[in-house]
Design a protein around this ligand. Structure first.
Ligand code: CA
Length: 93
């Protein structure tokens, strides 16, 4: 699967409200997955929100992760671990 498509899917997964953007609340989950410290979250969010409208659009999300050299790999591994843990849950994503 192309990296971009993978990131797009990731975006959609974290967009729990399904409104096509990631709010600060939704991004908090991304930061959590990346083990970003709480005190850095605000600066990180601002860095990602390049048009500064207070939400992260999909292109912002993709270019932010790409610019950070993140870590589809890291996220993938974490996802895989999470999936393993959630294996027996009927509602696991
Ligand atoms: Ca934005």
């Amino acid at each position: 699967m192309a990296a971009r498509q993978r990131l797009q899917e990731l975006f959609e997964k974290y967009d729990t409200s399904g409104d096509g953007t990631l709010s600060e609340e939704e991004m908090a989950k991304v930061f959590q997955a990346l083990n970003i410290k709480k005190e850095k979250v605000e600066a990180m969010f601002k860095a990602a929100d390049s048009d500064q409208d207070g939400v992260i659009q999909v292109h912002e999300f993709i270019s932010w992760l790409t610019a950070r050299g993140v870590s589809i790999k890291i996220l993938k591994e974490r996802e895989a671990r999470k999936r393993k843990r959630a294996k027996h849950s009927e509602f696991a994503l």
